[in-house]
Design a protein around this ligand. Sequence first.
Ligand code: 3PG
Ligand code: MG
Length: 417
Amino acid sequence: MAKLTVNDLDLRGKRVLVRVDYNVPMEEKDGQMVINDVTRIKETLGTLDLLIGKGARIILAAHLGRPDGKREPTMSLRPVAAKLADMIHRPVAFVDDCVGEKAEKTAGALKPGDVLLLENTRYHAAEEANDPSFAAELAKLADVYVNDAFGAAHRAHASTEGVARIVAQRGGQCAAGLLMERELKFLGDELEKPARPFVVILGGAKVSDKITVIDRLLERADTILIGGAMTYTFRLALGLKVGKSLVEPDRVGVAKDALEKAKARKVPFMLPVDNLVGTPVNTGRLNKKGKPIIEIQNPRVNDGVNIPDSEEGMDIGPKTIQSHTAAIAGARTILWNGPMGVFEDPRFSEGTFAVARAVAAATRNGAKSIIGGGDSVKALNLTGLTDQVTFVSTGGGASLEFLEGKVLPGVAALSDK
Ligand code: 3PG
Ligand code: MG
């Protein structure tokens, strides 16, 4: 990577503003906000250790949720400061605003190795607007800028992009953190020249979310395995019956183009050959949002590629599990993004879990496996196999955009080596 990293910097006594992605899942329990998954915090500890070891004065900035410029109490980072302190076994100071006098004073008083977490940057509308004067306020807090927030690097916001430009303009350094560096290595360099066969597994609900990635990976992959509800849009494109399955009729054209491109490039594009289906039944009850609650009844195997009119596709079937996992077993590089079915429902989790197990087994046999964020990571965590793959991205939208070949604004803004 041609970008400066924290390893390149001399930081003793310097105030370092570190953008992290602490946008962690939270839940209210007995009136308190509780963190459900600390992965994104844990993954920054390498950078923090290094910065502490270098004697930096560390100022962490992050967003949480989408408070839209308001001080939404359930989206405060205060519980994250407490959790981080537990995890690094040192005090973590917290200031209830990310800019202004109090933030400046507290940042100025830090000693080498001290850590401060600032309140949610998105409490200010100027953050998402990438307002230059707000970015300048953030820049005032620090001598050096480090971005370790790969998961937010696709956003051109003040704390991910604007602040870096201001620090650079005044001659300061802007570097990638260790997590950012690792994400770019695995999702970028490692997939540029993959060991072959390179097998790509793509799932998830929508063709529209994945079509650009599919298009790009068709130029590099040896095999593409498809699962999830996007299957049914591809089936529509092939003139097959999809019953009540989730489809995007307006994406049939792009689905056809992808199928043709795969054929022209002779890349096996393996759509499911069977499915688990169920019968959607309206319960007559409404959910919290006032929408009718649909229950899926009578789960069963639908052996074939046409789905009856009354049925909805919910997971890949046993034959597909067999062919997909066989392809995975032969891979030397694996990229997986998106679940194979509605894995949150135990009746329809087997396809996704079987893929997870196959990816872990292939990794044990020497393949490099890279899991691209979001739901596939959740599924992998449920199987307990997260430690048995080569790399798990902390990015959702960011990893997809990066795989699409887009330039991430948060990366572009960093100093070149
Ligand atoms: C994420 O969770 O995808 C990142 O933290 C970015 O959050 P956002 O989608 O609200 O911009
Ligand atoms: Mg998101």
